[in-house]
Design a binder for this molecule. Sequence first.
Ligand code: SF4
Ligand code: SF4
Length: 387
Amino acid sequence: MYNFTLYMTTDCNFKCQYCYEDYHNHYQLNEKTLVDSLEFMMNYGDRGKVLIDFLGGEPLLKKDLIYKAVAYIKDNYPEREVKYYITTNCSMMDDRFIAFMKENHFTVRLSFDGNKETHDLNRVAKDGVSCYEKIFENIMKVKDSGLNFSVRMTVTENTIPYMFENICYLHEHGLDNICMIMDVYLKICDELKAEFEKQVGQILRYYLAEAAAGRVFTIDQFDGKMFNMLCDFGNCFGMCDAGIGNFKIFPNGQIYPCGFLTSNEKYCIGNIKEGVDIRKAKLIAMSNFDKTDPKCKGCTIRDFCHGMKCGYMNFINTGKINVPSDAECIFEHIFYKAMVQILEYYLQQPIEIVREKLGVYIDYIQEEDLKFSEFGEKIAKRLSDEK
Ligand code: SF4
Ligand code: SF4
C-alpha cells in the first residue's frame, strides 16, 4: 500500500500564525500536472491499494480539480482500491462537495481549534475577517453527513491554557474524534510546562469521567497510543516510511518524502515524470541520523514517543531525525503519564469493557507474534483468565 499526498496548491485563504508551510513561491496544480500525478500514483510500485490525501495550502481552493481527480481514477482505474483523504480549514465547504465526499468515502481532517475565542487567536483569514460562524456551520454539516472525520486542534503557546476548555467544547458539539497537534516549533519554559501538565490532567479526568458515564470519545494522543503502550517494539528509533511508502507530490510535480521538507528543493527525491529516487530518500534520513543519540539513549518510553517515529519533525527543529525537540520530549512524558492512568483505569473495568477497548490490540499482538509490554501482559492475562 502506498500513501500519496497531493498538494493542490500552496496558497491558502487563511494565514494561521502557526502554519509551517512557509512557501516563498505559490504553486498551483493545473489539470495537466494533475493527470500526470494521478498516472504516477496509480502506476507506482505493485499497483495495489492507494491512499490519496488532498492537501494544500487550502485544497478546497482547487475543488474543481478534486472532482476531476476522483472522476479520472473512476474512469481509468475502476478496479483499483483507492482511499481518499482531505485536510481542510472547512471555510469553503459546501453541500455539493459534502455529497461528493460521501459518495466516494472520503475521510476528512478538519483543522479547527475549538471555540471562537481560541480559534480567532491564530486562525485568521487573509482578509482579516473572522469567518468562524461559517466554518462552524460547515463543520456541523460535515458531522451530520455521517462522513468519517476528525478534528485537528493545533495547540500553540497562546492556546495551551485553553486546551481543556476546547476539548470540552468539541466533545459537547459531537466532534468526538479529536487530534491535538502540537505546534512543531513550540519552545517551552517551566511555566508553560506546568500549564500544559495541568491542562492534560484536566483533559484526562474529563475523558475518563465521560468514558465511565458511557459517553466515550476519542483523543488521538490517548486512543492512538494504546498499541504503543501494549506492545514492546524494542524501545528504539523507528522512523515512519517517509520517502519509501509515503510521498508528497507538489503542485509542480516534484516529489518529497515529508511535508516538513517541501519548502526546500534540496530534499526533492524525484518527480512524477522520472519517478522517485528511493536511495536519495534513504540517504537524506541516514545522513541526518545522530549515532551518538544524545537525548534519548536510555529513555524507557521510546516505544511510546512520537519523536521516535516522526523524524522530519525532529529534523526541522534539531537538525537530526532522531533528536526530538525539548518541547516534544516534555509533551511525550506528560502524555505517557496520562496513558498509564488510562490503562490502570481500564484494568479495573469489567472484562467486557476491557475486551471492547483493548482486545483488538491484544489479539493483533498475539496473531503477529509480537512482544507484549508490561501493560500488554497484564491485560492479555486478564482477558485470558476471564474468558
Ligand atoms: S516524518 Fe513525521 S510528518 Fe513526516 S511523514 Fe513521517 S510521520 Fe509524517
Ligand atoms: S524525546 Fe524524550 S520522551 Fe522521546 S524518546 Fe527521547 S528522551 Fe524519551
